[in-house]
Design a protein around this ligand. Sequence first.
Ligand SMILES: C[S@@+](CC[C@H](N)C(=O)[O-])C[C@H]1O[C@@H](n2cnc3c(N)ncnc32)[C@H](O)[C@@H]1O
Length: 270
Amino acid sequence: MTQYQLIDSGHGQKLERFGAYTLIRPCAQAVWRPTLTKEWGGASAEFDRESRWQFREKIPDMWTLSHGGVQFRLSLTEFGHLGVFPEHADLWETMRPLVIPQSRILNLFAYSGGVTFAAAQQGAQVCHLDASKGMVDWARQNAALNRLTDAPIRWIVDDAMKFLQREKKRGSLYDGIILDPPTFGRGSQGEVFKIEQDILPLLSLCRDVLNTAPRFVIFSCHTPGFTPMVLSHLLEQTLPQGHIETGEMALHSPHALSIPSGSFARWTRD
Ligand SMILES: C[S@@+](CC[C@H](N)C(=O)[O-])C[C@H]1O[C@@H](n2cnc3c(N)ncnc32)[C@H](O)[C@@H]1O
């Protein structure tokens, strides 16, 4: 059962429930009017980029959330993130049937590990990579929450591009890769990642570390202008002949408007 819900959005903000707490956060896409009224008054806290978190009730330093079949430790960060990107969960669901027990899955830009645990629950061996040691530590705590401490998960703190170059040299191959790169990021040694200039070489390296009969590559991002068609073109130019499905990631609300939240492209072998 999911404990996350998008309650409403509008006037540049979104109102979301994360378990026991409802939060208001900025949402640039929500240029429309809110659908609901009184629900906004019941929020536990509000984040804005100038004054950070404004509390209307006490929120613990950490609490847990079940979402997309995965347990997460949540915490309010100074950037307005909480330790989960809820819109990504639909991709974990479509990935699960593609993951075969014992297969080798690479999760790049892995953040708090939603993909890692969805794949590990299917019996895969997962390589979880993020440049931030703090995020890898956070994901390891989530592994314990998901009773996956002893699962075959390789925890890597590294720059995605450097790691792929090393894996290629070592001949280390994968059956499936999932990546959710940021618009701009830094590797573990301060390496700069800019999606417009780095995504083609990164995807080419992904191809180089796929085994001879790979199952899938799932690529998503939140970068403005990186529409489903852009992602599809990138996979067509870098991956072997296959089937590509694309779409918009979205947050759906039972009583209000959905929020577009990035794009995805999923490559599978014909
Ligand atoms: C958009 S988040 C990924 C969200 C994730 N897919 C999820 O839904 O849980 C981007 C992540 O990329 C990491 N990152 C940024 N630059 C990186 C780089 N050069 N190499 C590896 N990881 C990087 C950040 O530390 C951050 O955790």
